[in-house]
Ligand binder design. Structure first.
Ligand code: B82
Length: 322
């Protein structure tokens, strides 16, 4: 039986750091307001690099680190809601830049759940036995779609990317998943592309930025995330004592506090780095995993649950064994 393992993790975030104090000079806000409601202290913002560059830099590190030849990569998946172009896909830009001439490539749009969805897809290709080496990225340049005059949203988001090399393993790896979507809920939307052409009779007024009903998505996240984590435990027969870390999408530390309380587990089981990067949507889980790997927190035999939730609405969790 073929399982899918994560054999390497890397990330790349832009160098420029913008603190809450820095933001207080462009909108009416302050560090106390932002950090007490979100846990965010600073975020990395792009000074010009686009989403593809975050993936390319991450991908180079993954190939170097593992001694993998670019031509041996079979598939590249990029989870993003902020691609450089409508077409070509970010994954095709990565394929070209890394020289992965034998890989096919596509992007996935599932907002903050994008990395979990993409791992799920990669898992099926590898389990089929037809493909062996898959690069999966989550990367965003959210600063492109944030309204920098809206103090309620512009303080929340950051830029960056992370990724993983996935390969067949004999045991462990991706053990279980629980994926969902609820398209009828529009509490979080971003950049409306309106129809405008010579036969269009009614041109809608678009809004080119992220919009969120904070309270509504907060309630959504604190309801579905504990349920989804419990579903994973139910499917596998494990309890939270068998799980070393829960790695949630880094949207807001208050969401994570409530999820921990509802799961009746210690907050220390959760890996949290929202303080440093803000909300980077599809990039938040791979950046967190890459940091954990760098710190030596992911040891052979460790089980973790990753859980993504966001616009769509979409959400999903996965149990991965190291
Ligand atoms: S908030 O609405 O302002 N709030 C909750 C009542 C303050 C604690 C808020 C803030 Br500020 C920041 C983020 C959220 C939030 O709920 N975010 C999300 C929830 C579900 C899915 C995705 C997100 C996200 O921000 O990516 C609420």
């Amino acid at each position: 039986m073929i399982n899918t393992g994560i054999t390497a993790l890397e990330s790349y975030v832009p160098e420029q750091i913008v603190t809450n104090e820095d933001l207080s000079h462009i909108v009416d806000t302050n560090d106390e307001w932002i950090s007490s409601r979100t846990g965010i202290k600073r975020r990395h913002l792009s000074t010009g690099e686009n989403t593809s560059q975050f993936c390319i830099n991450t991908g180079k590190k993954l190939l170097d680190k593992t001694g993998t030849n670019a031509e041996d990569i079979d598939l590249i998946i990029v989870a993003t809601i902020t691609p450089d172009y409508a077409t070509p896909s970010v994954s095709c830009q990565v394929q070209k830049a890394l020289g992965c001439t034998n890989a096919f490539a596509f992007d996935i749009s599932a907002a903050c759940s994008g990395f979990v969805y993409s791992l799920s897809i990669a898992d099926k290709y590898i389990r089929s036995g037809l493909y062996q080496k898959v690069l999966v990225f989550g990367a965003e340049t959210l600063s492109k779609i944030v309204n920098w005059t809206d103090r309620n949203t512009c303080v929340l988001f950051g830029d960056g990317g992370g990724g993983a090399l996935l390969e067949p393993v004999e045991k462990g790896g991706i053990v279980a998943e629980d994926l969902h979507a609820r398209g009828d809920d529009e509490a979080l939307t971003g950049r409306h592309h309106v129809v405008e052409n010579m036969v269009c009779t009614h041109i809608e007024k678009g809004y080119p930025y992220l919009i969120m009903d904070g309270r509504a998505i907060f309630n959504f996240a604190t309801k579905v995330v504990p349920k989804s984590v419990n579903k994973i435990l139910e499917k596998t027969g494990f309890t939270l004592d068998d799980i070393k870390y829960i790695v949630p999408h880094q949207a807001n530390s208050r969401i994570i506090d409530i999820v921990a309380r509802k799961l009746k587990t210690d907050i220390d089981k959760f890996y949290i780095n929202v303080e440093e990067y803000g909300n980077t949507s599809a990039a938040s889980i791979p950046i967190a995993l890459s940091e954990m790997s760098e710190k030596g927190l992911l040891k052979k035999g460790d089980r973790i649950i990753i859980t993504g939730f966001g616009a769509g609405l979409t959400w999903g969790s996965m149990l991965i064994e190291w």
